[in-house]
Design a protein. Structure first.
Length: 435
């Protein structure tokens, strides 16, 4: 292809449609994380309503992750077989229905059941988004595109906990759950009418489709037979990605579920202030996700920097900053705690979109959904453990020092997995899968 032809193609391939898809995916994550942070904001109200302990609350908080985790491996295969469009329509409808059911739950078992269904409905979200980004964006644009939906998870906590907390204080937890359920059902309708696979989208120009398909790995995806799940599980680099990202998700869920409680109980802030303070680290996380993990990574790669080194430096360096949670373990004031928590979650958030771009970068042909499912299975096992173990440790020691120390130790193991097992962002060669 000549330079002139390439220039003409790029001029005619303005990123209108693929940017719209990135915004759609980001909005979906924002809304389904409202469903998740609803629980942490409702901690005190649920304890009063149902008469439960912190340990029971931790188990209740983890219910979502149980079904979410169990669905990850089959969901990865379903995505590779059925595609993002079909799986996404079913999942968005189901998670909206589950949020509405939680609002009407009369007791702990029924509330627990609603959270189990929510886990099934939201299980495809991140593997589907990772696969969709791989389908819709060339490799040099994937970090920024991924940051759209990954940053939305942080933004949901930044604005969701204060907004839902204020709503909860005025109308009660049931109506706050009903409100997020209604918004989720509206998103189902939006996804149903907007999302298409690239080849099926009537609004996608031939020039933009050609630009998306320029990447050689996409050409392989259409012709190669998918590698079995068992062979992928045996790959050292897939395991390194799963362990490393699992350690990130442990801290992410610890803070997602327990940060308002940490601020209110350990640092003696009132409930309203704890809701407002919770937004600060998540705003830092949102900015780091978009600006460092997304924009900066793609900009450096597009300017000719070594793509592998850029991605691994941000992935390992950002994850290492997560060790700042140790500072939060010994903070004596809300201001000191917010600084350390912001350093922790800001660094992890810078690394997150890079990590989520890895399934489409390293997966053999046709297997991005499976690799994303393996990665997210590890994430959810970590999320379950974080929710329950933190409740046990807080109940035992009446502070968060032990819980934060355990999280830091797991994160150190995750950093080692990135360095010694994952190593790089190069595609796994098919010959490797036979070993």
């Amino acid at each position: 292809m000549t330079a002139t032809t390439t220039t003409e193609r790029k001029r005619g391939a303005r990123p209108r449609r693929r940017r719209r898809i990135a915004w759609l995916l980001g909005l979906g994550v924002l809304i389904n994380y409202f469903d998740r942070v609803n629980l942490s904001a409702s901690h005190h109200a649920l304890i009063v309503t149902f008469g439960i302990s912190n340990v029971t609350f931790g188990i209740l908080a983890s219910a979502y992750n149980w079904t979410y985790a169990l669905c990850q491996l089959p969901i990865g295969s379903a995505l590779d077989w059925l595609g993002v469009q079909r799986v996404g329509r079913v999942s968005t409808f189901l998670w909206g229905l589950a949020s509405c059911a939680a609002a009407a739950a009369p007791n702990v078992p029924s509330f627990f059941a609603a959270r189990l269904v929510l886990g099934v409905g939201e299980a495809p979200t991140f593997p589907a988004n990772a696969k969709a980004i791989g389908n819709w964006f060339p490799a040099h644009e994937r970090s920024f595109a991924t940051s759209y939906f990954d940053a939305a998870a942080k933004l949901a906590s930044a604005i969701g906990v204060p907004l839902i907390g204020i709503l909860l204080l005025h109308v009660g937890w049931r109506l706050s759950f009903a409100a997020t359920g209604l918004v989720s059902m509206l998103y189902f309708l939006l996804f149903f009418f907007v999302y298409r696979e690239p080849e099926q989208d009537p609004h996608l120009s031939p020039e933009e489709l050609a630009l998306i398909r320029e990447d050689e790995s996409k050409a392989e995806d259409a012709s190669l037979h998918p590698v079995s799940l068992w062979n992928l599980l045996r790959q050292r680099r897939v395991l390194g990605l799963a362990i490393g990202f699992g350690s990130y998700n442990y801290i992410f869920y610890l803070l997602l579920v327990w940060l308002p409680t940490y601020l209110s109980e350990s640092l003696r802030t009132n409930l309203l202030d704890s809701f407002l303070y919770t937004g600060v680290p998540w705003l830092v996380a949102t900015a780091a996700d978009l600006l460092i993990g997304g924009w900066l990574v793609d900009t450096l790669i597009q300017r000719g920097w070594n793509a592998n080194r850029v991605r691994m430096a941000v992935l390992v360096g950002g994850t290492a900053m997560g060790l700042g949670i140790l500072g939060g373990a010994h903070a004596h004031s809300p201001a000191e705690a917010l600084v350390w928590i912001s350093v922790c979650i800001g660094g992890l958030s810078a690394a997150a979109p890079v990590g989520w771009s890895f399934p489409s970068l390293i997966a053999p042909g046709g297997c991005a959904g499976r690799v994303g499912g393996i990665m997210n299975f590890s994430n959810q096992i970590s999320g379950i453990t974080a929710s329950i173990l933190t409740g046990i440790l807080v109940q035992r020691w009446h502070n968060f020092a032990a819980a934060f120390t355990v999280a830091a130790a797991y994160l150190a193991a995750g950093i080692c997995a990135y360095i010694f097992l994952l190593r790089n962002a190069e595609p796994i060669r098919l010959e490797e899968t036979a070993g």
